[in-house]
Every structure is written in C-alpha cells, then in structure tokens.
Design a protein around this ligand. Structure first.
Ligand SMILES: *[C@@H]1O[C@H](CO)[C@@H](O)[C@H](O)[C@H]1NC(C)=O
Ligand SMILES: *[C@@H]1O[C@H](CO)[C@@H](O)[C@H](O)[C@H]1NC(C)=O
Ligand SMILES: *[C@@H]1O[C@H](CO)[C@@H](O)[C@H](O)[C@H]1NC(C)=O
Length: 371
C-alpha cells in the first residue's frame, strides 16, 4: 500500500480513537466509583430468579410487579425499586444488574447475586432458589474475571474498595413456618439460629478471603408482623406471630456479636449493620409519620390484610386485589415493601435521616467513602 498523508491521518485518527476508549476505561477505573456486590434474598433480588428453573412463588416477573417505576415486571419483588437500587444511586453507580441476566459481560461496577427465597442454609427452599453458597461461587467466578481483566493487583484494589451488601436469614426462619418442616421441633431456637448464623459466617469469611473488606448487613424485618405471617395463626386478629418475631430478634443479636468478633479477628474487615427491624416496626405502627396511609394491609394480595401471597394471580390463586396508590402503602405484597417504603429505608440506611438505626461504627455511606 502506498503511504499517503490521507491514510496516515486516518490511521492516526483511529489510534487516537482507540486510546480514547482505552483512556476512558482507565479513567473509569481510577475514578472514585466504588463497586457494589449484592447478595441475599427477595429484598435485594433484581431479577436473578427470572433465569432459573423455579416456581412463580419465587418469581416476580409478572404484572403488577414493577408497575410504578419500571412500568414492566423486572423480577423485583416490589412495585418499583429496591433498597439496593437507591443505594447504588446514592453511590453514583448505575442500576446493578442481576448476575444471570443475559448479556452482562462486565463487572467493574459490581453485580447482583441475590435470589428470592434464598437463605443462609442450603436446605432453605432448596432446588427453587440460588442458595447463598451458590451466590458465593458465582462471586468467585467474577473475581476470576476481574483478575483476568485488571491483573491481580488491580482486581485486589477494586475488590477491597467495593461494598458487599447482604439481606439473608428471613427465608431460613420463614420456611419452617410456611412448609410442613419440623426442623424447629428437632432444634431449639438458639441451635437453629446458630446454624443459620454459622453458615452465614462461613460465607462472609470466604468472600473476605477473596478480597472483600466492606460489608453491609440488615437486621431481619419483624418477621411475625408481615401481612403474610400474621395470617398464619388461626384467629390471628391482626396480631404478630410472636414466636417468629422472637427468633428473628435472637438471630439479630447473635449476628451483631459475630460481626464484632469478625472485626477483631479479620484484618481490615469493616461492617455496617442497619437495623431494618427497628425502622420497619416504627413504620408499621406509625405509617403517617412516614407519609403513608396504610402500614398493615398489603397493596396487592387477597384475604385478610391481603396477606395471602397471590399478588399477580400466578401462584395457584387467580384472584387478587390491587390498591390504586402503592405509594400510600408500606407493604406491596404479603412479604415485601413498596418502592416508597424502600426509598425511606434506603435514605435512613444511607444516613440522610437523623436518628436512623445504624448499629456499629459505620453507615453504608461511610463504607463507600472510605478508601
Ligand atoms: C425444571 O423443574 C421441573 C420440576 O422440578 C422439572 O420437571 C424440569 O425438568 C426442569 N427443567 C429444566 C430445564 O431443568
Ligand atoms: C450449616 O448448616 C448445615 C445444615 O444445612 C449444618 O449441618 C452445618 O453445621 C452448618 N454450618 C455451620 C458452620 O454452622
Ligand atoms: C440532624 O441533626 C443535626 C443536629 O441535631 C441538625 O443540625 C441537622 O440539621 C439535622 N439534619 C437533618 C437532615 O434533619
């Protein structure tokens, strides 16, 4: 080929173009963006269960799920966004996609491994959900990808700056009450909590070993006070199922002790523990203070308190009722909250609101800002 000024300049343009892409990649990575990796259950699942072989009990990819913000059912168990979606926004990150979503081919900003129905125990809704153990295995794959792309020191830096957010445990305690399992006859409450927190601790240590340092946990919700659990007892009269709320409280106490121990034992381990239980209890009892009209009846479902898990009509019962204004309700369906409620909780968790219940030395915002 004859070398002319014309194709010299066009190849220079091409080189400039390449280095621009390359440069933006580098400036993106050396920017202040801190990645967010999400683990756990339906409070944080952004659609992973759309892509597994499961039942509609563990899926939310049908109308009216997603009806307000997204205008289509994304798989989130709400009318709109989840706590983790707001946290990503406050951290200047894009929406963090589900790990199993086809076409996801980069993980620089983090990724979401959570699965509706999942617990810390492998046995919890086994076969229908992605257990926390499998979520950790998927995370391992992502760390391998990052090392391949960024080299081992680049990956190490990204992983140690990243924030790791968890919501797990709810299903471990719900499943014995919702199924005919007799596990709570074979274990005392404290033994069972020991298994759940023990398994969660193993996963935390495994993720730490792969380079994670900044962990965020939520306490369990007041488990016996959800529309779906209040209706379990005959003649419940709208009262909370005390046994379930008590075991959730025990879990929270044990978890906070374990986290303090891990902070002492694992070098560089930092955590934020947000008291979801305390805030949600306040919201159930005083919805008006939070700008909501209804704190006890769900927006979507059937039966007393709309506590029957029939929202969408695809879970064995076709009939369901749907409220007109989800933003006036705390509960979206029998177990999950509306986007308005999740936003209030995310704001409190982030620390936008005074007197929020953050246990321990850090809020999630602190963890994003720490280098
Ligand atoms: C999905 O699960 C059902 C019921 O467990 C089973 O019959 C079916 O073969 C599974 N399908 C796939 C693709 O694994
Ligand atoms: C994890 O749970 C299993 C039951 O699924 C139990 O046998 C095991 O002892 C637990 N592990 C820890 C570390 O508690
Ligand atoms: C939080 O409390 C501090 C001190 O009590 C006060 O100065 C500040 O305005 C409050 N911020 C908000 C957002 O209410």
């Amino acid at each position: 080929m004859k070398f002319t000024l014309a194709n010299l300049s066009s190849s220079m343009v091409f080189i400039a173009f390449l280095s621009q892409i390359h440069g933006s990649r580098i400036s993106h990575r050396s920017s202040k963006l801190v990645a967010l990796f999400i683990f756990g259950d339906s409070f944080l699942d952004a659609g992973n269960n759309n892509y597994i072989n499961t039942t509609s009990l563990d899926q939310a990819n049908f109308w009216p799920y997603g009806e307000t913000y997204f205008k289509f059912p994304t798989g989130r168990f709400s009318d709109g966004r989840l706590i983790s979606d707001f946290i990503a926004e406050y951290a200047n990150l894009p929406l963090i996609p589900p790990y199993l979503q086809p076409g996801i081919n980069q993980y620089y900003d983090g990724v979401n491994f959570a699965s509706g129905g999942a617990g810390a125990l492998v046995e919890t809704f086994e076969g229908s959900v992605i257990s926390l153990k499998t979520q950790a295995r998927n995370f391992k794959r992502v760390t391998t990808w990052l090392r391949h792309k960024l080299g081992s020191s680049g990956a190490k830096l990204l992983l140690s700056k990243a924030v790791y957010m968890f919501s797990i445990g709810t299903n471990d305690y719900l499943s014995p009450f919702l199924t005919d399992s007799d596990v709570l006859n074979s274990y005392s409450h404290s033994e069972y909590v020991g298994l759940v927190v023990g398994n969660l601790t193993s996963i935390i240590k495994e993720i730490y070993k792969r380079g994670a340092r900044k962990f965020v946990f939520m306490t369990l919700p007041p488990l016996g006070c959800l529309p779906g659990t209040k209706i379990i007892q005959l003649k419940g009269n709208g009262k909370c199922l005390q046994e379930l709320s008590d075991i959730a409280r025990l879990h929270d106490r044990v978890l906070s002790i374990v986290l303090l121990q891990l902070e002492k034992r694992l070098k560089g381990f930092k955590f934020a523990l947000y008291d979801f239980n305390a805030d949600l209890t306040q919201m159930i009892n005083h919805p008006l203070k939070y700008g909501m009209k209804e704190g006890k009846i769900a927006c979507c479902g059937s039966g007393p308190l709309r506590g029957v898990y029939s929202c969408g009509g695809k879970r064995g019962e076709e009939h369901f009722e749907l409220c007109d204004k989800p933003n006036e309700y705390l509960f979206w369906d029998s177990y999950h909250l509306t986007e308005s409620a999740y936003k209030i909780l995310a704001d409190r968790m982030w620390g936008y609101t005074n007197n929020s219940y953050n246990i321990g030395p850090y809020t999630i915002r602190d963890l994003f800002q720490l280098q």
